[in-house]
Design a protein. Structure first.
Length: 274
């Protein structure tokens, strides 16, 4: 193995096989259909918008569907594919060939990220069509000029989609680390969802600890802030302001955490018996 150089070609081949395996999973098709159904049927829930403008409610609801179902897809799919390879002994057969363990992990990771990208793009395109149709209908009904901040902003919608992709990529990298440490698929999924909740509520915990006025609490908040990425930063509300600089910073922020998690995953997997 030491005489065989690292190859991005092998990573790409493993990613392609992983993508093909993922497409065959009933989980992917099921979640995609259910999520698309929620987005397409969001107009039936207009009575639950609590006074928010209709287009904003549709955009926020669709954004939540992408975030929620995307997280479920990322965590469960990666756990299924990773432990499926171990339980079927396919990974052992593959690693017996001139394939690095890091190539195996990166290939699996890239395959799952490819599924996540397709998922986010598909749902965002569906949401764009729903918003465009409803805005056109509102104009026909007499709202020739919609109030400021109520109209459909496709730019902000696709920026939100990109932030979803970055966030789910970080989640996939963290889930890969958890899978390399865990011994069972169920345990990995439970820890993955727990970590997802921690990352989303990190800003709340830091606010509570900072108001406690304790140096120990402040130290705990700082430690949590370093250990877990803050997923709340990747939230872009419908019609929310955004800049290319801000999006670039969040992309670098997410890439840094993903690279760190993948590096730790490779180190753990190299020392794991399979």
């Amino acid at each position: 193995m030491t005489t065989v150089p690292f190859s991005l070609t092998r990573v790409g081949l493993i990613a392609a096989v992983t993508l093909r395996e993922a497409v065959r999973q009933k989980l992917v098709a099921g979640l995609a259909l259910i999520a698309c159904g929620f987005v397409l049927g969001v107009r039936a829930l207009r009575d639950f918008n609590f006074g928010a403008p209709e287009l904003k409610f549709i955009a926020d609801f669709g954004d939540g569907v992408i975030a929620g179902f995307g997280a479920v897809l990322t965590i469960v799919l990666l756990a299924q594919l990773f432990f499926g390879e171990l339980e079927s002994r396919t990974a052992l057969t593959l690693l017996a060939k001139p394939v690095w363990r890091s190539e195996f992990l990166l290939g699996k990771f890239c395959g799952v990220v490819a599924v996540v990208v397709v998922f986010c793009v598909l749902l965002t395109a569906t949401l764009s069509v729903v918003l465009w149709q409803r805005e056109s209908a509102l104009r026909v009904e007499g709202f020739a000029t919609l109030p400021a901040g109520v109209g459909f902003d496709p730019g902000a919608l696709w920026v939100a989609a990109w932030l979803h992709i970055v966030r789910l990529t970080v989640l996939a990298a963290g889930m890969m680390l958890v899978a390399c440490i865990a011994q069972t698929q169920l345990y990995a999924i439970i820890v993955g969802f727990s970590g997802f909740v921690v990352c989303h509520l990190q800003h709340v915990a830091q606010g509570v600890y900072s108001r406690a006025g304790s140096s120990a609490m402040a130290w705990v908040a700082t430690l949590i802030g370093w250990m877990f990425p803050d997923f709340h930063l990747f939230t872009l509300e419908a019609g929310g302001a955004w800049t290319f600089e801000g999006v670039a910073r969040l992309t670098v922020y997410g890439a840094g955490y993903a690279a760190l998690a993948l590096g730790l995953a490779v180190w753990v997997f190299r020392h794991r018996e399979i």
